[in-house]
Design a protein around this ligand. Structure first.
Ligand SMILES: Cc1cc2nc3c(=O)[nH]c(=O)nc-3n(C[C@H](O)[C@H](O)[C@H](O)COP(=O)(O)OP(=O)(O)OC[C@H]3O[C@@H](n4cnc5c(N)ncnc54)[C@H](O)[C@@H]3O)c2cc1C
Length: 380
């Protein structure tokens, strides 16, 4: 006989840990189920840091969500007693006609996001570690920075547990059966029927929700830590985050937290992954080619050869925007998927949105642009 639960969250990574927290904080009975441990390194929410910024060049409609995300991260810092957010600022550089720089200015115009545009001489003085190509425009967003990614997941989990959430770890969900009246969830050892389910399965979302045929692809992404040869990138000496749109790809990174290495990566590219559980975590020779080229051409105080690496996964939707919706057969099955390599900063507000959807069937947050219906072809 299946065990009845009120709410169940499938997958306790970046988004699921937040959803679990928001349900538990509302005094609801919620069970979280995770195939690995808490804040593990086998999905998409590991590798020390994630950029957070408000000048959202991907789409200005994300900005109201970001305003709330910042508030909720600060609330979580208060409640957990952990420092999660560091607003060290973000330098963005690229061709003035490129979609990154144009999108930054759109965010500034439409939503009043604070952005400084720097003259070439001033940019060289402010960012001595970067030799940017002639003709690039450089902006600086002072309210941007980074999140300590594993600490954020852990903080959401700790606070969810303190509000009474139950969890089952190291237990992969093997089947999810959605009918108009019931949602059944099964692992090798357990069988539940839930009133409402939130699926936040990251790179496994396509498989868990295969009846929905969501347009998702998973990419293998490599993060690098390169040795510093100069103190210019150090956080305690004014180092900040950076994001550069180069002719050969988009690259981003963080200030040096340890004074020894800078973490950086390419946002574009990545090999396709067919089996997220067994993604290749070894470093291949070609993995570091473009990042080493970027370092060699742009970052004068950094060694082009990485000292260490980590492998992570992007789950990209067809248009690179998130997919947040309810199952067409049963509105009590809610999901958040396709965070497309830029979702972590939203995890705090995504938990709130997913909790709204599963409990009330609606949310006051503006998420219509993220609904799955946008992929349905219109009849001609
Ligand atoms: C290299 C890299 C750099 C990034 N940089 C940034 C950045 O700077 N800023 C930013 O905002 N975002 C960034 N992102 C994106 C962001 O980290 C992701 O969008 C976000 O972490 C995705 O969270 P998630 O909850 O969807 O996935 P995950 O955190 O992977 O969580 C999914 C969870 O579901 C579990 N699960 C899946 N299937 C099952 C099952 N059947 N049974 C039980 N459990 C299951 C998994 O084990 C996992 O724990 C980056 C991502 C990567 C990979």
């Amino acid at each position: 006989m299946p065990v009845h639960v009120d709410y169940l969250v499938l997958g306790l990574g970046g988004m699921g840990s937040s959803a679990l927290y928001h349900l538990a904080r509302r005094g609801l009975k919620v069970l979280g189920v995770e195939q690995f441990g808490i804040a593990h390194d086998r999905g998409s929410s590991h590798g020390e840091t994630r950029i957070i910024r408000k000048a959202y060049f991907e789409h200005p409609d994300y900005i109201p969500l970001l305003q709330r995300a910042y508030t909720l991260w600060e609330d979580l810092e208060q409640e957990s007693g952990k420092s999660l957010l560091n607003l060290c600022g973000l330098m963005v550089a690229g061709p003035p006609e490129g979609d990154v720089i144009k999108g930054v200015h759109l965010a500034e115009e439409r939503h009043g996001v604070q952005v400084e545009t720097l003259e070439t001489v001033e940019a060289r003085r402010r960012f001595p570690g970067f030799q940017l190509p002639e003709g690039f425009e450089v902006t600086f967003e002072p309210e941007a920075g980074f999140l300590h990614v594993e600490d954020c997941v852990q903080a959401h989990m700790d606070c969810a547990l303190s509000h009474g959430a139950q969890i089952v770890l190291h237990e992969p969900i093997e089947s999810l059966l959605v009918t108009e009246t019931e949602i059944e969830i099964q692992t090798a050892n357990q069988h539940w029927v839930a009133e409402g389910v939130i699926v936040t399965a990251g790179a496994w979302a396509g498989e868990c929700l295969k009846d929905l045929q969501l347009p998702l692809e998973v990419a293998r992404k490599v993060l690098f830590w390169n040795p510093v040869q100069s103190p210019v990138y150090n956080l305690d000496q004014g180092g900040c985050g950076f994001l550069c749109q180069m002719p050969f790809g988009e690259f981003y990174g963080f200030p040096s937290l340890d004074g020894k290495t800078v973490k950086l990566a390419e946002h574009t590219g990545g090999d396709m992954v067919t089996d997220p559980t067994n993604v290749n975590r070894e470093l291949k020779e070609a993995d570091s080619t473009s990042v080493s080229r970027f370092v060699g051409e742009v970052m004068s105080g950094l060694s082009p050869e990485p000292e260490r690496h980590a492998v992570c996964m992007y789950t990209r939707s067809a248009d690179r925007h998130f997919i947040i919706d309810q199952h067409p057969r049963n509105q009590r099955l809610v999901y958040g998927a396709g965070f497309s390599g830029h979702g972590f900063k939203f995890a705090s507000v995504m938990g709130e949105i997913l909790a709204d959807l599963v409990t009330e069937g609606k949310t006051s947050h503006p998420i219509d642009f993220l609904r799955a219906g946008r992929f349905q072809k219109e009849d001609t």
